[in-house]
Design a protein around this ligand. Structure first.
Ligand SMILES: [Zn+2]
Length: 183
């Protein structure tokens, strides 16, 4: 018997293409290895609308300003979701947003705009030269703190296995019948 789930997810931006740093690839900046990239970078122009991938609620929204010395999240939003069939709880991370139009605690529908892509080398985009959105999917237990964007084995800020490839997760969302997807 086929599983006909009506609930699906959509991509956070139109024309979703991983034209920036891919998931699991090491980010190396000025010769320093920040570790494995825990999301996908989608390069798109400033003010591109960023939407919620499903129906969920915003559990974190804050500005983590970067500087010309070191990049950071800029505006970052974390949304909690639950799969309607498996009841799997998971989180999506949207980083480097300019204008954020939602606040912590807000309920959002699939496709509802949460913000726009930030401009290059601004506080809001975390001081990155290339305008992009960082999009990550976390399937582990969340401790309420902002997620890192990279997995550094030395820092132990997060568990690598709790992160999954974002576009694969969205593309196979209807197949999720287990609590946690391992990669
Ligand atoms: Zn990124």
């Amino acid at each position: 018997m086929a599983y006909a789930y009506t609930r699906q997810l959509q991509y956070p931006v139109k024309n979703y293409t991983v034209n920036g740093l891919k998931f699991g690839v090491h980010g190396i900046y000025d010769g320093v290895d920040w570790g494995e990239h825990l999301g996908e970078d989608i390069i798109c122009p400033v003010d591109t609308p960023v939407v919620s991938i499903g129906r969920g609620h915003i559990v974190y929204a804050a500005l983590h300003p970067g500087s010309n010395v070191k990049g950071n999240w800029g505006n970052v939003v974390i949304i909690a979701y639950k799969h309607p069939v498996s009841r799997m709880l998971f989180y999506a991370v949207y980083g480097h947003l300019g204008a954020v139009v939602k606040t912590k605690g807000a309920r959002v529908d699939m496709g509802e705009m949460i913000g726009r892509v930030g401009g290059s080398n601004t506080t809001e985009n975390g001081w990155w030269p290339v305008e992009h959105v960082h999009f990550g999917i976390y399937v582990g237990m969340w401790d309420g703190k902002v997620f890192p964007g990279y997995y550094d084995v030395k820092q132990k800020r997060t568990v690598r296995e709790d992160w999954v490839c974002p576009h694969e997760f969205i593309n196979t969302y209807g197949d999720h019948r287990i609590k946690k997807q391992k990669i």
